[in-house]
Write a protein that binds this ligand. Structure first.
Ligand code: HDE
Length: 716
């Protein structure tokens, strides 16, 4: 695939960024004042061995800048990676919304997307079991529109007032700052055990969605219900979706923990390399649209962010494509300094009264003030709107814009009344008029008090292997909880979702289910418990195909990383032919050998290994090819290489990956666990298979044979 940079550069936002981009190539070193520096090796001293002089402004400038080059990391979502791209509308939504970027078919809007984990620090591993952020900034002609989304469609809590509690519980514990980027600890599960409303989200968090194979293989969800408003002022409720063209795929938890050691930047590297290689990441953008009059038609409240709208009840209409096609030039200037805010709106989109969303509307600007340090953060190049900004706000730290004239107030006559307010017909934003009557109360709607039905829906919708992974995740996490009463309370919560699940987990974490006295939820001291009891309710939709990754797209091997294991004597013809076929379909082939020394093939041609058996492990690959050639196979089994080769193969087998044994590699097969396989396994391919190359490609596209996991993990 060719890297189509011309396409990547045709973008108004990128043009704007060019004005702020510099390149040191062929330039002389200067101070920040533009003074050319003659000596960058020695500070100014009183004598060669004497003390440094205060007058050394070059030393002072350099050290001072260095001393201040860190800013506070994001309080949540600190670890992230971003990329530029475009959003192309394929189907007009003008009957629902007047937002211009959603109205004109074919219109392209520049975007910057930042993916993130939530709990860990900036330097933490990408493979933590966690929710992923999926924040999209659309640089529209009407101003910036931010869709600050996650890779899971629901959230832990129903009201923003609980967010600091949730985050304090999941972050490292305050006395010893342990553990990093992990929810498997006492405080998180203590909080969860007392928050029944979290249980639907817990099902998602314990599922494989929390350990994606790639940022490019996860969905994005706006979570809250938003509103669309069209030209006539008619309102529809809307839920936003991004569906990855490559399908939704995950790694196994055992792999996740190992990748965290072998390559903690796994997702960041994957996104970066895919874009550099021209394998642009793509998502379909979709909406679930609900007429305003249907607000109360469902068995849940549309304003409750712990609920999703099943696709069986409201199908997702695909209306656009999001493509990420350009890596940032500078991580800090772009990915770190980008500032998202769900309150960055354009006409035609508005908020619902979801109490979680309402609280977010305060938080995001507030946090930028401490993170980026000034109310002028909108002037940082990555945050600038492509629509010019005119208002009477002025001054403040690091102000960049030079606004001419004497007038910075309104109304004014001295400035001719400018800048004028915009009429609605000229694109002025007017909040959707909504009648709101009510007593001032600190309370929650009774329509929010169903905490288990959609948790059941999610669990019921999972395939067998997905359920197993979810159970194992709960067992892993709860086994790290040191306080028995917390483990008991969580099992009590699980029992409201599925009794077998609760019993299974209980057995593994030392909880006796027969002795549980489980209160149905946490009850504030002054509340009437009856009004807060979550009912034992079944969801209207019993099971939803869209919630299982089993039903995802499995038709592509694009950008899958295939390890070719070889040694001297490898059959060059077979290697080159398979490599060409895989690369034609967009896969990435990487050569692994006993060492990084050049491999000499049977025809005296050479292969240069990218990795050695000891520098990487199978967890960093999607599939393996044991390259044809008796001599290569024998060399892979010599005293030096055998442990690495066999570990590689056995581990890939355990993780349900496709493994292809080329000609005359029986020796490796026999020495591995695969020799003992008892059942037909479509992802173990031998050169004797008919159309073996094609069978390998199909197996890679299928991602993993999760259904054979038990068999593959018990080879003897
Ligand atoms: Fe956020 N969230 N959040 N959040 N959020 C932040 O803003 C907050 C919530 C999400 O890549 C912070 O700039 C509150 C839901 C993403 O820069 C902060 C509440 C969803 C990102 C903040 C929520 C999100 C953030 C931290 C509950 C999914 C990363 C730094 C009321 C729909 C954006 C920052 C990026 C970041 C607050 C809940 C998504 C503190 C108070 C629900 C993807 O403002």
């Amino acid at each position: 695939m060719e890297n189509d940079n011309s396409r990547a550069n045709d973008n108004t936002k990128l043009e704007q960024l060019q004005d702020h981009t510099t390149d040191t190539t062929d330039n002389l070193l200067t101070t920040n004042q533009g003074l050319k520096i003659h000596n960058n090796q020695d500070s100014l001293k009183a004598g060669e061995r004497g003390p440094s002089l205060l007058e050394d402004f070059i030393l002072r400038e350099k050290i001072t800048h260095f001393d201040h080059e860190r800013i506070p990391e994001r309080i949540v979502h600190a670890r992230g990676s971003g990329a530029h791209g475009t959003f192309k509308l394929t189907k007009s939504l003008s009957k629902y919304t007047k937002a211009k970027f959603l109205s004109e078919e074919g219109k392209e809007t520049p975007v910057f997307v930042r993916f993130s984990t939530v709990a860990g620090s900036r330097g933490s591993t990408d493979l933590a079991r966690d929710v992923r952020g999926f924040a999209v900034k659309f640089y529209t002609e009407e101003g910036n529109y931010d869709l600050v989304a996650n890779n899971m469609p629901v959230f832990f809590i129903q009201d923003a007032i609980k967010f600091p509690d949730l985050i304090h519980a999941v972050k490292p514990e305050p006395d010893n700052e342990i553990p990093q980027a992990a929810s498997a600890h006492d405080t998180f599960w203590d909080f969860i055990s007392l928050m029944p409303e979290s249980m639907h989200m817990i099902m998602w968090l314990m599922s494989d969605r929390a350990i994606p194979r790639s940022y490019r293989m996860m969905e994005g969800f706006g979570v809250h219900t938003f509103k669309f408003i069209n030209d006539e002022g008619k309102v529809h409720f809307v839920k936003f979706h991004f569906k990855p063209k490559l399908g939704v795929h995950s790694v196994a938890w055992d792999e996740a923990t190992k990748i965290s050691g072998k390559d903690p930047d796994f997702h960041r590297r994957d996104l970066w390399e895919a874009i550099e290689n021209g394998a642009f990441a793509e998502w379909d953008f979709g909406v679930q649209v609900i007429p305003e009059e249907d607000e109360h038609k469902y068995d849940f409240d549309l304003l409750d962010p712990t609920k999703l709208v099943p696709e069986e009840e409201v199908p997702v209409e695909l209306v656009g494509t999001l493509t990420l096609n350009r890596n940032p030039d500078n991580f800090f200037a772009e990915t770190e300094q980008i500032a998202f805010h769900p309150g960055h709106l354009v006409p035609g989109i508005d908020f619902s009264n979801d109490p979680l969303l309402q609280g977010r509307l305060f938080s995001y600007t507030d946090t930028q003030l401490s993170r980026l340090g000034s109310p002028n953060f909108h002037e940082i190049p990555i945050n600038r709107s492509i629509n010019t900004v005119h208002n009477n706000q002025r001054d403040g730290h690091m102000r960049q814009q030079i606004v001419k004239g004497k007038v910075s107030y309104e109304p004014n006559s001295m400035g001719g009344g400018c800048p004028f307010q915009a009429m609605v017909k000229d694109g002025g934003f007017a909040s959707q008029e909504e009648r709101v009557d009510g007593k001032k109360v600190r309370a929650r709607s009774q329509s929010f008090v169903d905490h288990y039905s959609q948790a059941k829906l999610f669990y019921n919708s999972q395939s067998g292997p997905e359920k197993k992974h979810l159970q194992n995740a709960l067992i892993f996490e709860l086994s790290k909880v040191t306080i028995p009463a917390i483990r008991e309370r969580v099992v009590g919560q699980l029992a409201f979702i599925n009794k077998d699940l609760a019993a299974l987990v209980a057995k593994k974490i030392g909880v006796d289910v027969t002795k549980l006295k489980q209160p149905n939820g946490s009850i504030p001291a002054d509340a009437d418990p009856k009004t807060l009891q979550s009912p034992e309710k079944e969801p209207l939709t019993k099971s939803s195909d869209a919630l299982s990754m089993k039903n995802t797209v499995k038709d592509s091997i694009e950008s899958r990383v295939i390890g070719f294991i070889m040694e001297d004597g490898v059959n060059a013809a077979d290697v080159n032919s398979l490599k060409a076929k895989l690369e034609k379909q967009g896969a990435v082939v990487q050569i692994i050998a006993g060492s990084l020394s050049t491999v000499t093939a049977d025809d005296r041609s050479n292969f240069i290994p990218k990795h050695s058996l000891t520098s990487i492990s199978s967890v960093c690959f999607d599939a393996l090819y044991l390259c044809s050639g008796k001599r290569s196979s024998d060399n892979l089994l010599n005293e030096d290489n055998k442990p690495g080769t066999i570990h590689f193969v056995n581990e890939a087998y355990k993780h349900c990956k496709a493994i292809y044994f080329g000609k005359e590699t029986d020796g490796v097969l026999k020495a591995s666990n695969i020799a003992n396989k008892k059942h037909e396994d479509p992802a173990i391919i031998s050169s004797e298979n008919k159309k073996s190359d094609e069978a390998f490609i199909t197996a890679i596209a299928n991602h993993r044979v999760w259904e054979l996991e038990t068999e593959r993990n018990n080879p003897a």
